[in-house]
Design a protein around this ligand. Structure first.
Ligand SMILES: Nc1ncnc2c1ncn2[C@@H]1O[C@H](COP(=O)(O)OP(=O)(O)OP(=O)(O)O)[C@@H](O)[C@H]1O
Ligand SMILES: CCCCCCCCCCCCC/C=C/[C@@H](O)[C@H](CO)NC(=O)CCCCC
Ligand SMILES: [Ca+2]
Length: 471
């Protein structure tokens, strides 16, 4: 990692810090000390190592760090100070640290930055999924505003951000960290940041009536998870335990919700939700996905990109559901080490849409239990899973007219694009109970949504370009 001068006991020795892989995707920081016959040779080694390290332009030199002191077990500051800051210091990384004072502090701060972000190589989030989502919003919104992209347009082509986001897990679920890194260990995260690792991610944009609502990078959940999150918000003081209590309560209430889900299956991808492939670094499905997407979209106008980007036909599923989940990534976390959809990909431009129909309590319990072991959670007659590029959910009292089933695909696309679906409410209709969506663990107080997935790859930033020129 870095070469540093060694003072005692051998004046001609120097120590190199390096990364060692350990079990369960963990990384450790280790030291090795070399002894030199004389001071001259020692200086030569230190200089050579330092010069070579300086050539690695993807390594960060300056980071903006946001710490949410209220996430998870309220240990974020302690984790950063004790486990992360000393490693950044050894790696010669300078930092500006902001401890957030309220929800959305980090998002608003990032949105308000203009040229000021140029001095940074990345943004570090010390917190949970909600905090990562906040920082993602700050950066993505900032970038779209700078490039005059209207985020309210569901078909807007998102401009990639030039800054990477590093995640130090200090939340309750830490699903985004666990899914991307394979562990929720702060030291492993810090070491990935130090060596300049990066991973593109799928970002799901969520709209309602041509109004932008949120971006999601892990779970968009309606029904069971929406209800768990809504209930758990009232118990935030309990920390991570709030999810267990709200989970049991929601399970016992056994609520189901009626509605229709329209979706575009991702037919051109190589993977399938039940192919038992796991998305790992250098994943061929993600590489093929982003390549074919780029190639396909290259010759199209912006308007055509939205329509052709889906590349397939709309399908509809109607019924009574205990849960409607869209997992943009596997959503692996310590509670569920393989995740909600173990074969979902990090950056293939798709989400796995998991529909759990109304079933017995016992059936649903077996389905949930399979998230915690090696059994297939989709192997139930009441569960279906589809790999999709986009989807639309209409709750029962806002359902799309049956006549849309006779529409051609292009007419369907046109209606989605112009949001020409109107709630069909009859005076005689019962207003069916509705749930909320949960988006990366935060509540979206909407039932009818449109969602579309796109791959977000960070571009080379100004400082990296500068360093590449220096080489
Ligand atoms: N200083 C603060 N005071 C109160 N809320 C904050 C503060 N800073 C950030 N937040 C908000 O707290 C919410 C939850 O934080 P975070 O995601 O870090 O923890 P968590 O919810 O316990 O973990 P997870 O999302 O992994 O379940 C975020 O949505 C964020 O907007
Ligand atoms: C009978 C045994 C039942 C065991 C059930 C275990 C099921 C675990 C599945 C966990 C899936 C987590 C998906 C991640 C979602 C995150 O975006 C979100 C924010 O951090 N966390 C939750 O929604 C927290 C969700 C917590 C749910 C309990
Ligand atoms: Ca995906």
């Amino acid at each position: 990692m870095v070469a540093k001068q060694h003072t005692k006991p051998d004046p001609h020795a120097f120590t190199v810090c390096y990364v060692r892989r350990s079990a369960h995707h963990r990384w450790l920081c280790c030291d090795i000390t070399f002894s030199c016959p004389n001071q001259g040779l020692r200086q030569q080694w230190i200089q050579a190592i330092s010069e070579n390290l300086a050539l690695l332009s993807h390594r960060p030199r300056c980071l903006l760090v946001y710490i949410n002191p209220h996430g998870g077990r309220h240990l974020a500051k302690w984790i950063y100070d004790r486990k992360v800051a000393p490693l950044f210091c050894r790696a010669g990384i300078s930092t500006d640290v902001i401890i957030t004072e309220r929800a959305n502090h980090a998002r608003d701060h990032l949105r308000a930055q203009h040229g000021d972000l140029k001095k940074y190589d990345g943004v570090v989030c010390v917190g949970g999924d909600g905090m990562v989502n906040e920082i993602l919003h700050g950066l993505v919104s900032r970038t779209q505003t700078d490039h005059r992209v209207d985020q309210n347009q569901p078909d807007a082509h998102l401009v990639p951000c030039s800054l990477r986001i590093g995640i130090i897990p200090a939340g309750s679920t830490d699903c985004i960290c666990y899914t991307t890194m394979g562990t929720n260990d702060p030291v492993t995260s810090a070491l990935h940041i130090i060596v300049g690792d990066s991973q593109p991610m799928d970002v799901c944009s969520v709209h309602n009536n041509n109004t932008f609502l949120k971006y999601s990078v892990s779970l968009l959940g309606y029904g069971f998870y929406g209800d768990v999150l809504t209930d758990s918000e009232k118990k935030r003081w309990m920390g991570p335990l709030r999810y267990d209590l709200a989970g049991v309560k929601t399970f016992l209430s056994h609520n189901y919700y009626e509605g229709s889900i329209w979706f575009v299956p991702a037919q051109e991808t190589q993977g399938q939700p039940r192919d038992q492939e796991q998305c790992l670094a250098g994943c061929h499905v993600c590489q093929q996905g982003s390549y074919s997407e780029k190639k396909k979209l290259k010759h199209l106008s912006e308007d055509e990109k939205f329509i052709k980007g889906s590349g397939s036909e709309w399908c509809v599923v109607r019924g009574k559901f205990l849960a409607v989940n869209a997992a943009t990534v596997s959503c692996a976390c310590p509670r569920s080490p393989r995740g909600l959809s173990p074969s979902a990909h990090l950056a293939d431009g798709t989400a796995d849409l998991i529909l759990v129909r109304k079933c017995s309590r016992f059936g649903f319990f077996r389905h949930l239990l399979r998230h915690t072991n090696a059994d297939d959670q989709f192997d139930h007659p009441f569960v279906e899973v589809h790999r999709v590029r986009r989807f639309l959910f209409q709750p029962k009292n806002q359902e799309v007219s049956d006549s849309t089933e006779d529409l051609s695909d292009s007419e369907m696309e046109k209606r989605v694009k112009t949001n020409a679906f109107r709630p069909i409410c009859h005076a005689s209709d019962d207003i069916t109970a509705q749930s909320n969506w949960t988006c990366d663990g935060e509540i979206l107080p909407h039932a009818a949504i449109q969602a579309a997935v796109s791959v977000m790859n960070s571009t080379t930033n100004a400082r990296q370009k500068e360093r590449q020129r220096e080489k």
